[in-house]
Design a protein around this ligand. Structure first.
Ligand code: G3I
Length: 400
């Protein structure tokens, strides 16, 4: 009898249509009302075809961010001479894939050209240089970017201003001046202040809120604050603390986003540390989902193969949801779980990493026309194929 049931089950499995929806990270993010789930990338990696294929997988990534190619040393290597070749490659890729582009970054103390760092500047000449840089770069990418990180990492850990060439020469007003120049060049793009370790609250987060108020009080546009989210596994604050910090910014009238997330692990990894990393990613993305005004979540590249972490944190790595061979780690499921998808993931990859196939199965799907999200909604957030969870208002999204 048992054999008969097994036979019937096997026949049924082979003839019944597959009703289980495949859900990617961006699909899950959209279903929860975020604008995107995204990844950073960099030009040298784009020659790696399997890498490029997954970066272009819009089920997982609805947004990409150039990790280096829009920074000052690349875009204005010689004073007054602009180069957009590298940045354009990534902007064009996002455009071709139908992905948003987060633009990064206009003013930062790192990756500045030597003509700038070794020059002799007065208040007036450096303001003119800064305005000229921002005007040219933002104008070039006008209409392409969903966000610009206008000012990056202007704060010390205690919330005081970081000493950099701009602060030393111009004072804190370099910040509103930068936002004003960006707003003048593209009034439609959202303008962000972006920094790390804001997630812990405390003095640095207070400093960032003061920057938001400084710009607002000057009557200048600032739309968002980027939480970079660079962590070591096990050090990520709990979900409700994360939500509280995010809300302390949205209460000021700006949106927020996680912009550069990775969760590094001391090598070699173990099942325990990979599980911790998964929980950390889950809490991070869930805190965004639970914060009205948190618009998106970006990982700082998607595979350990191209992470910046090992080159800077000796003995650490494995910081991203896919390993060096493009196999999904538990962190991938943690992210899905944080976006309401209870899933089982199987991943297979050839040893040469030339093929990667994944299947994510949701345990619950909502039918066509059903509710799938909204404040207080506890039912299924994943629509049966081919329907998508479509935002109607904060209280109601529907499978359409
Ligand atoms: O372009 C040169 C290349 O010509 C040279 O052969 C090579 C030799 O090392 O270096 C290349 O430059 C590297 C550059 O990335 C481009 O690949 C730099 O050495 C390297 O330091 C630089 O690292 C970048 C880092 O910012 C700079 O601090 C990382 O890729 C980039 O991911 C990282 O991103 C930052 C965010 O912008 C801001 N928040 C922190 C985040 C991580 O540091």
């Amino acid at each position: 009898m048992v054999q008969l049931f097994s036979l019937i089950a096997a026949i049924a499995a082979s003839v019944l249509p597959n009703t289980v929806a495949a859900v990617g990270l961006d699909e899950a993010a959209l279903a929860k009302g975020l604008l995107y789930f995204g990844s950073a990338t960099d030009n040298p990696e784009l020659t790696d075809v399997p890498y490029l294929t997954q970066l272009s997988n819009i089920a997982d990534f609805g947004q990409i961010t150039p990790g280096n190619s829009q920074k000052w040393d690349t875009t204005e290597p010689t004073q007054g001479t602009f180069s957009f070749t590298k940045g354009d490659v990534i902007a064009d890729l996002a455009d071709a894939n139908g992905q948003y582009l987060r633009c990064h970054t206009l003013l930062w103390h790192q990756q500045l050209p030597s003509w700038l760092t070794s020059g002799t500047w007065t208040n007036a000449t450096l303001i003119a240089v800064l305005q000229n840089h921002i005007t040219n770069v933002v104008t070039h990418y006008k209409g392409s970017c969903i966000h610009w990180d206008v000012v990056n990492e202007a704060l010390n850990e205690d919330g005081t201003y970081r000493t950099n060439i701009f602060y030393e020469t111009i004072g804190e007003s370099y910040i509103p001046i930068a936002f004003a120049a960006a707003a003048a060049a593209d009034p439609d793009v959202k303008l962000y202040y972006n920094d790390y370790n804001l997630e812990y609250g405390g003095n640095k987060a207070a400093g960032a809120r003061a920057i938001v108020q400084l710009v607002m009080n000057a009557g200048i546009q600032i739309d968002g604050v980027g939480f970079q989210g660079h962590f070591e596994a096990g050090t990520v604050p709990g979900k409700s603390s994360l939500v509280s910090v995010l809300q302390s910014f949205t209460a000021l009238g700006v949106e927020v986003a996680y912009t550069e997330v990775d969760v590094r692990i001391q090598l070699p990894t173990s099942a325990t540390t990979l599980a911790q990393q998964s929980t950390d990613f889950q809490n991070l993305v869930q805190s965004c989902v639970e914060t009205i005004g948190c618009v998106g979540f970006t990982i700082w590249d998607w595979t350990d193969k191209y992470s910046w972490v090992p080159s800077v944190f000796s003995g650490y790595g494995a910081a991203l949801p896919w390993d060096e061979n493009f196999v999904k780690k538990p962190a991938y499921d943690g992210l899905l779980k944080g976006m309401g998808v209870t899933s089982t993931t199987t991943a297979t990859t050839s040893t040469s990493a030339t093929t990667t196939s994944t299947t994510t199965t949701s345990t619950a799907t909502a039918a066509h026309w059903s509710q799938c999200s909204g404040n207080g909604w506890t039912g299924s957030t994943v629509c049966a194929s081919p329907w998508s969870c479509t935002y109607q208002n904060d209280w109601y999204s529907q499978c359409l």
